[in-house]
Structure formats: structure tokens, C-alpha cells
Design a binder for this molecule. Structure first.
Ligand SMILES: Cc1cc2nc3c(=O)[nH]c(=O)nc-3n(C[C@H](O)[C@H](O)[C@H](O)COP(=O)(O)OP(=O)(O)OC[C@H]3O[C@@H](n4cnc5c(N)ncnc54)[C@H](O)[C@@H]3O)c2cc1C
Length: 388
């Protein structure tokens, strides 16, 4: 059986982030990693956006960035100066090209394409079965999606589903300096729904219709919402759809195991998708950076959780409130952006605020509704067992 120091199962966003971050450590220690994915990655299958204060190691792959964001709803219409943050966009094709370049021709990284059928851990070793062949490692890092049995009697489950069109307009229609984080000027019938708009030039933008609800919508609903917004709100009737992006991101407070002896889970499979927003990219970066820091310090990749447990309670409470319908997402997010500065909101959504800062934010929100949601969530927990 072939043995590696480490196996990275899944070479998407988190697997590649970890592999690139590990390179200096691997070179210094002459250790070897097997990086395995089903397919080579080159295409533009995703656009990752996130906010950040300081450039990180993938800064050269950033395609566009904005210092100003707008937020619109029937309650407020606001332009946000997000200093000291910047809102950044990375196209997956640039990320894959950059990471391919960093990882290729490197004795420390062996790349393999195949189907990871199974991972297990035994006697302080990890084992990964790829197309019927078993490989062993001191540790395996996996971002292979895990199937988790839902427990609706205990946890909240919503989906963030979206369709985005990269459009080109005949006449200048966008302000390339200001992206739209949320524009609720779209029907709220299907659930919390908003338009997210990333202007790339005065004539080119990604316009995305996003819904938080229990189920995806029929395909024609996304088309209708996008056409209506582009014509009624953007006043564009002559445009070309150059690319389409669709996606579904689970939003839940169901805990996800982050480590099982010698298997460490990464990315969405490790629960690094923020339950209440779906943002994952920055959490992946923080997690993989923390693993490598620990490796450099102690030679061991095991780390405690990167986010305090209380943030899971906040995410679950918000999901509970959204699912209950007692308050619309439009009202909740409008109040949050109207009464708090963007720096505090981003820090809070990054799970980085102190308890005092969190209390200051809660003071500005619909306290009664949030307390009811928190009590209902606690009641659900008391009525059910933690174990299945
Ligand atoms: C369309 C879309 C847009 C998104 N946009 C954003 C965004 O703007 N900002 C943000 O923060 N988050 C975003 N997300 C959420 C999240 O950042 C991404 O899903 C991110 O790619 C998660 O990284 P990952 O490593 O967990 O998964 P992936 O990047 O999906 O990597 C998993 C890898 O495992 C491989 N794999 C799966 N099964 C097997 C198998 N059996 N054997 C071998 N290999 C296998 C896959 O081929 C894939 O390469 C988006 C998600 C989607 C779907």
C-alpha cells in the first residue's frame, strides 16, 4: 500500500487552498502530499466573493474589487463605504490556473485523478480508497461532500439558491465602483429574495437572483425575476446574456464533524459554510491557514475550532426566525444595515466580534422577535436528543 505523509481528498477550493499554503512546510520537512480529485480543474464553475481587510495569498487571482457596496429595500436605500474592508471577486478559472501553476512541477505534491470511494481512520492512520486502490497517510484532509441525514425536529434547514447572468448592455448601465450586496426590489413571495449585482464595467455586470427558502424554484422563476429586474430596475432592454451561473448552498445549524481521528474535514464538508449567509471562501482561508500555522509550530495539523460556538447559535436563531416567517429577511437585513456600520457587520458575519460588540448589534435588531426565535430553538433542542 502506498503511503503519503498527507492525503488531500478533493482538489476544489479548500483542498487547493490547503495544498498551496502547505508548500513551504512540505519543502522544509521534505514531506509528500497526494492531492486527489475526480477531474482536473480549469473551468469557470464558480465565482467566489468575500470581504477582506488585508490581501491574502490569493490576491493575484482577484478579478475585481470594490470599496463601495449598495443596499436597497423598501425600508432603506443606502450606499456603504466598507473601508477598511474591500469586497473581492475571484473567478474559479483564475484560482484553478494559479493553484495549478503553484502546485505543478513540485516533488512534494503528487496529483491524481480518480473517484474517492471511501475514507476511514484506524490505528492512528488515515486510509483513502481511490478507484478500488487504498492509500494510507498520517492524516487525510477531505472536502468530499458528506451526506448528512437531516433532523428537522432539531435543526433548521434552508437553501440559498441562485441564478446569475453575466450581461452586456448596449449603453453604459452600471457604476463599476459600487457593487450591489442586496437589492430587495424583487418579489418576496418565494422567500427572502434579493438581487446581487457585481458591475465589471459600465456595460458588463453579473446580475444574480438569490432566494433563501426551503426548496429551489422552477427554472422559469429565476428567468422571470432576472428579466423583470433588468428591465424595470436597471432600465435595460437591450442586452446579451454572456454566461449563466447557478448554485445551491445549504444554510443550516446542523453541526458538522470537523475531525475524526486522522481525518480532518475541509470546506463545505467540514461545516465552513456560514449557516446564515452561505459565505464560505474566507472561512476556508482562515481554516487552512490555521492548519498550516499549527503544522509549522508542532508538526501536527489538529486545531481547535476557528469560530466560537456562540456564532452557531446566532446563525441558528436567524435561520429559525427566517423560517418562522414572523419577520421578513428584508426587514431583518434592512435594520441591520441601517443601524450598524458595515465594518461591524462584516466583523460580526466573520465570527470575529467580541460579546460586547455582539450585544451592541443585537440592541439594534428586532429584540422581541429574535428572543422568541432563540427560545423556540432552545425548546426544540430540549425536546430532542443531541444523538440520532
Ligand atoms: C455556484 C456557487 C457559487 C458560490 N459562491 C460563493 C461566494 O461568492 N462566496 C463564498 O464565500 N462562497 C461561495 N460558494 C460556497 C463555497 O465557497 C464553494 O462551494 C466552495 O467551492 C467550497 O469549497 P470546497 O472545497 O468545500 O468544495 P469544492 O470547491 O466543491 O471542492 C470539492 C472537490 O471535491 C471533488 N470531489 C467531489 N467528490 C469527489 C469524489 N468522490 N472523488 C474525488 N473528488 C471528488 C470535486 O470535484 C471538487 O473539486 C459558492 C458555491 C457555489 C456552488
Amino acid at each position: 500500500m502506498k503511503h503519503f505523509d498527507y492525503i488531500i481528498a478533493g482538489g476544489g477550493c479548500s483542498g487547493r487552498s490547503l495544498a498551496v499554503r502547505m508548500l513551504p512546510y512540505l519543502k522544509a520537512t521534505n514531506k509528500q502530499v497526494l492531492l486527489v480529485d475526480k477531474f482536473p480543474k480549469t473551468g469557470n464553475d464558480k465565482t467566489w466573493c468575500f470581504w477582506e481587510k488585508h490581501p491574502d495569498i490569493f490576491e493575484s487571482t482577484v478579478y475585481r474589487k470594490w470599496k463601495r457596496l449598495s443596499f436597497s429595500s423598501s425600508f432603506i436605500d443606502q450606499e456603504l463605504d466598507i473601508n477598511p474592508y474591500e469586497y473581492k471577486m475571484i473567478r474559479s478559472m483564475d484560482f484553478y490556473a494559479y493553484t495549478n501553476e503553484q502546485l505543478s512541477g513540485n516533488n512534494q505534491i503528487v496529483t491524481k485523478y480518480g473517484n474517492v470511494e471511501y475514507l476511514y481512520t484506524e490505528k492512528e492512520q488515515a486510509y483513502v480508497v481511490i478507484d478500488g486502490e487504498t492509500f494510507s497517510a498520517d492524516y487525510a484532509f477531505s472536502s468530499i461532500p458528506k451526506i448528512q441525514k437531516k433532523r428537522p425536529e432539531r435543526y433548521q434547514y434552508l437553501l440559498q439558491h441562485f441564478e446569475g447572468w453575466m450581461i452586456e448592455t448596449e449603453s453604459p448601465s452600471f457604476d463599476p465602483e459600487c457593487a450591489t450586496l442586496m437589492d430587495f426590489n424583487t418579489s418576496q413571495q418565494a422567500g427572502t429574495s434579493f438581487i446581487y449585482l457585481l458591475p465589471l464595467s459600465p456595460n458588463r455586470a453579473l446580475v444574480e437572483y438569490t432566494v433563501f427558502s426551503e426548496k429551489e424554484l422552477p427554472a422559469e422563476c429565476y428567468t422571470a425575476a432576472l428579466k423583470q429586474y433588468i428591465s424595470k430596475q436597471l432600465h435595460c432592454n437591450h442586452y446579451l446574456v454572456k454566461e449563466v451561473e447557478k448554485g445551491v448552498i445549504p444554510m443550516s445549524d446542523h453541526p458538522i464533524q470537523q475531525q475524526e481521528n486522522c481525518i480532518i474535514y475541509l470546506g463545505a464538508a467540514g461545516g465552513f459554510t456560514k449557516g446564515s449567509t452561505g459565505y464560505t471562501f474566507r472561512f476556508i482561508q482562515k481554516h487552512t491557514a490555521a492548519i498550516v500555522e499549527q503544522l509549522l509550530k508542532s508538526g501536527n495539523p489538529c486545531i481547535p475550532s476557528i469560530s466560537p460556538e456562540r456564532f452557531c447559535t446566532y446563525d441558528g436563531t436567524l435561520l429559525h426566525l427566517l423560517s418562522s416567517g414572523r419577520l421578513s429577511g428584508e426587514e431583518i437585513f434592512s435594520t441591520m444595515f441601517q443601524k450598524n456600520n458595515p465594518e461591524q457587520i462584516f466583523k460580526f458575519l466573520d465570527n470575529e466580534t467580541s460579546i460586547i460588540e455582539e450585544i451592541q448589534i443585537f440592541e439594534t435588531l428586532h429584540k422581541k422577535e429574535f428572543i422568541i426565535a432563540l427560545l423556540n430553538r432552545t425548546l426544540k433542542f430540549m425536546k430532542t436528543s443531541y444523538f440520532e
